[in-house]
Design a protein around this ligand. Structure first.
Ligand SMILES: Cc1cc2nc3c(=O)[nH]c(=O)nc-3n(C[C@H](O)[C@H](O)[C@H](O)COP(=O)(O)OP(=O)(O)OC[C@H]3O[C@@H](n4cnc5c(N)ncnc54)[C@H](O)[C@@H]3O)c2cc1C
Length: 324
């Protein structure tokens, strides 16, 4: 690992002052389950690491029933799954977190680190960057792309957004609070994710000297939700495809729906096609199947990942039926 300076501030303003306005010079540290691996592999070589662990107000879970759930960015997955309010009112989050198979990851990994973890793409992890190209050709599209994106994959960044919790949070309408030198800004969580277009850009809209402080999830009674993951095996690994669904029903009729796909695009991918196939329909197996079919209408699989199209159909259908 390249030597680095370690800072351990106790306030968010001090943390922000210690972070550089340029990516690469400094990194924020949460549980370290992703960042330390990247540093050991020389994919990230910051001059300074700014630990967020001693900033007390970045932790905690607060529910105001009928209004919102606020989760501090440094709250661990375990703290979330052990919280009675979250278990009762947001079972979809419990469902998503419990599928992260490793106890160690759930003990150490934070919700903020979960949102901001870096892509698992092996070109990125081998040091080719987020836009891997060779002789002007996209390396993923022309290489081993079996785990790559089937949506939003026309450029070089055709890896998949890794977080398996983000799609459920986005389907619930979550927002992210970001703190930087100019103070606090709150954005819809889906706006935290982006596909980089130029070398040096990141896959998050967070600025280099900003920190994620909180995730805010609206709380409404009566929303049905589920996440359905297709995993290759019951090991500690990422799913191949997942779908997160929230449904608002009147009787058996669907008033509104959100369908967010994971592991299929460089960002959590909203399926407006699936949502349109649901709204106004009666909730039953045929409707769920039609939504699964609609979800893949615009899929553009690469040479080795056509199988993900069928998995997406299945994940959407089953998430809807599970939510129902
Ligand atoms: C074998 C394995 C299997 C896994 N399976 C899954 C899975 O199924 N689903 C899934 O979602 N994840 C999975 N993960 C990833 C795991 O969830 C992440 O490593 C973890 O959530 C990262 O959290 P952390 O607190 O350790 O973050 P860190 O490693 O400390 O940080 C990760 C990144 O986020 C940045 N960061 C963290 N917090 C903040 C903040 N508050 N403000 C600004 N920047 C911040 C850091 O600078 C760094 O770039 C897996 C990982 C492994 C190794």
């Amino acid at each position: 690992m390249q030597p680095f300076e370690y800072a351990s501030p106790t306030s968010r303003s001090e943390a922000v002052r210690l972070l550089s306005p340029r990516w690469g010079e400094t990194e924020a540290l949460a549980g370290g389950t992703d960042l330390l691996g990247l540093m050991k592999d020389y994919v990230c070589t910051p001059k300074r690491v700014v630990s967020l662990k001693r900033i007390a107000d970045l932790r905690g879970i607060h529910l105001v029933p009928g209004k919102e759930l606020r989760v501090g960015a440094m709250t661990t997955y375990r703290e979330l799954t052990e919280n009675e309010s979250v278990r009762r009112h947001f079972p979809v989050l419990i469902q998503a977190i419990e599928r992260i198979r490793s106890e160690q990851l759930r003990n150490m990994g934070s919700i903020g680190g979960g949102m901001l973890q870096r892509p698992r793409d092996w070109y990125f992890r081998l040091g080719y960057g987020l836009l891997p190209e060779k002789d002007g050709q996209a390396m993923i599209a022309n290489g081993d792309n079996r785990y790559a994106a089937i949506f939003g994959n026309s450029g070089s960044a055709s890896w998949v957004s890794p977080s398996t919790i983000a799609p459920a949070l986005i389907a619930l309408g979550a927002r992210a609070a970001l703190y930087g030198p100019r103070g606090l800004r709150v954005i819809d969580l889906d706006r935290l994710f982006t596909t980089p277009a130029q070398p040096g850009e990141r896959e998050h809209t967070l600025r280099p000297n900003e920190i994620l402080t909180e995730i805010i999830v609206p709380h409404r009674e009566g929303i049905r939700s589920a996440v359905y993951e297709v995993r290759q095996k019951e090991a500690s690994d990422y799913p191949l495809v997942l779908a997160a669904v929230t449904l608002e029903l009147r009787g058996r009729s669907i008033r509104s729906a959100r369908v967010i796909l994971g592991q299929v695009a460089p960002v959590p991918w909203p399926s407006h096609e699936a949502e349109s196939a649901l709204v106004g329909k009666t909730l039953n197996e045929e409707t769920a199947e039609a939504a699964g079919e609609a979800a893949v209408t615009h899929a553009t699989p690469l040479s080795m990942n056509r199988y993900k199209v069928q998995l997406t159909r299945v994940a959407v259908k089953r998430a809807i039926l599970e939510a129902a």
